[in-house]
Write a protein of this length. Structure first.
Length: 444
């Protein structure tokens, strides 16, 4: 049974959840009073503010007293009100490790996606960019209100060359020239293998046909893949250019997984606009990224906390990648570079996924709390907006201002003074609203 059908079946079979969330359907108007607002941009809170939500949009932000007729009034009690978090690098399809995919029941596979979507929302992430996986049906059931979860920007199957980061066949698997058996990750739509511009065009166009908001390539070695060392470049320039041209024809952009400087340069020189990871970036490569206007979508937490289930070989690669993290973030900070996305890339381990919010405190080693919070809100929103007319949520995200989507968190404490409060969502997220609907409220 196709995974799209399975996820819809999951949503229907969990119909009881719809009644739970339906009771929190947003009224026409909600007024938040007595809050200190982090608007997603400024380093200073807007003190003693009031915020009005009408439907799914913010319609007023003011330090003057506001009143609403017939709406709901929530006294924030001096808490911090801020935009919902945005994670620019997730994989909903990878709730288990690659080895488990081979024997995974498809119904279970669908349930894991839906479960993580709800958990991610309850950690305060109201939007997520999925950079490799079959999440089109998950996005649909979330958008239709069948099941709770964040807004999802899908890339579709991550596109890899044979023997690249997306090729998870066992080492003794027969050549693709002899047997067309792609392996479980490919069958489940996590990735796809292509060689040559013609196959690249087909893969990109298939993802766009299904509703991808952007495209994801793997153009360098990875830490979790068995056959491709971190120093490798992947795809030829003409293959990358084919992907970029096909995406640009649909008025969107291409993101690319790559760690090493040579691979980053090849990607950016051929039109890639979002570099995922970039742990070993150097000054020369940074100059090119600044010249081309590309983004760096970088992570810290995933390297500090290696999944327990990985092999010794993969664990060694995580350790190698970790050696570049401090230098990368230090270089970003030194250059005052602002096109920095906030992402986590935590996969295959539910215990680690539950620690997604630790990315906030890890980044505080290199950035002020306000800058980390900006990266996770308005900064990421700018990156997502690069999908242009393919943007599934074309309104304003990541800000608290009139006309923006009502994706709102109420925080116990002031994260501008102590960003660690964001790492304990169960304790410190007093309220979670997405698209004007309240999913958690401890202030009743």
């Amino acid at each position: 049974m196709p995974i799209s059908t399975l996820i819809r079946t999951v949503a229907i079979s969990l119909g009881f959840a719809a009644s739970i969330w339906a009771q929190e359907s947003a009224p026409q108007v909600t007024l938040f009073t007595n809050v200190h607002v982090f608007d997603g941009v400024s380093e200073q809170l807007i003190k003693n503010a009031n915020v009005v939500v009408t439907g799914n949009k913010i319609t007023a932000v003011s330090t003057e007293a506001l009143a609403v007729a017939g709406g709901r009034v929530i006294d924030g009690g001096g808490r911090t009100l801020m935009p919902g978090f945005i994670d620019a690098h997730v994989h909903f399809s990878l709730q288990v490790n690659y080895a488990e995919l081979s024997g995974l029941d498809e119904y279970y596979f669908a349930f894991t996606q839906a479960r993580e979507a709800e958990r991610m929302l309850m950690r305060g992430f109201t939007t997520a960019r999925d950079v490799g996986g079959n999440v089109f049906s998950l996005k649909r059931v979330v958008d239709e209100g069948m099941f709770p979860g964040p807004r999802i920007y899908p890339s579709g199957a991550a596109i890899s060359q044979t023997g690249g980061h997306g090729d998870y066949r066992l080492p003794n698997a027969p050549s693709r020239l002899l047997v067309n058996e792609p392996g479980p990750a490919i069958r489940e739509g996590v990735g796809t293998l292509v060689d040559g511009p013609a196959q690249m065009l087909t893969a990109v166009r298939e993802n766009l046909r299904r509703g991808a908001s952007q495209i994801k390539l793997t153009v360098g070695g990875g830490v979790a893949s068995p056959a491709d060392p971190l120093d490798t470049k992947q795809f030829l320039p003409e293959e990358i250019r084919a992907a970029v041209q096909a995406a640009e024809n649909w008025n969107t952009y291409v993101a690319a997984h790559v760690y090493n400087p040579a691979g980053i340069r090849q990607a950016v020189e051929n039109g890639i606009m979002s570099i995922e990871h970039a742990n070993f970036i150097d000054e020369e490569t940074f100059n090119l990224i600044e010249e081309k206007g590309a983004w760096l979508s970088v992570q810290a937490m995933v390297y500090v906390n290696t999944p327990a289930s990985v092999s010794d070989e993969v664990r060694a690669r995580f350790a190698e990648a970790l050696t570049g993290v401090d230098r990368m973030f230090t270089l970003i900070n030194k250059r005052g570079f602002k096109r920095v996305a906030f992402g986590t890339d935590v996969i295959a381990d539910p215990d680690l996924m539950a620690r997604q919010n630790e990315e906030f405190t890890l980044r505080a080693k290199w950035f002020k709390p306000a800058e980390v919070m900006r990266q996770a809100t308005s900064g990421n929103a700018q990156l997502l907006a690069m999908s242009g007319p393919r943007n599934p949520y074309p309104g304003k995200l990541g800000v608290i201002e009139e006309g923006a989507y009502a994706d709102i968190l109420l925080i116990n404490g002031n994260p501008l003074e102590d960003i660690s409060v964001l790492t304990k969502p169960d304790q410190n997220l007093a309220l979670i609203m997405k698209d004007g609907v309240i999913y958690k409220n401890t202030l009743k």
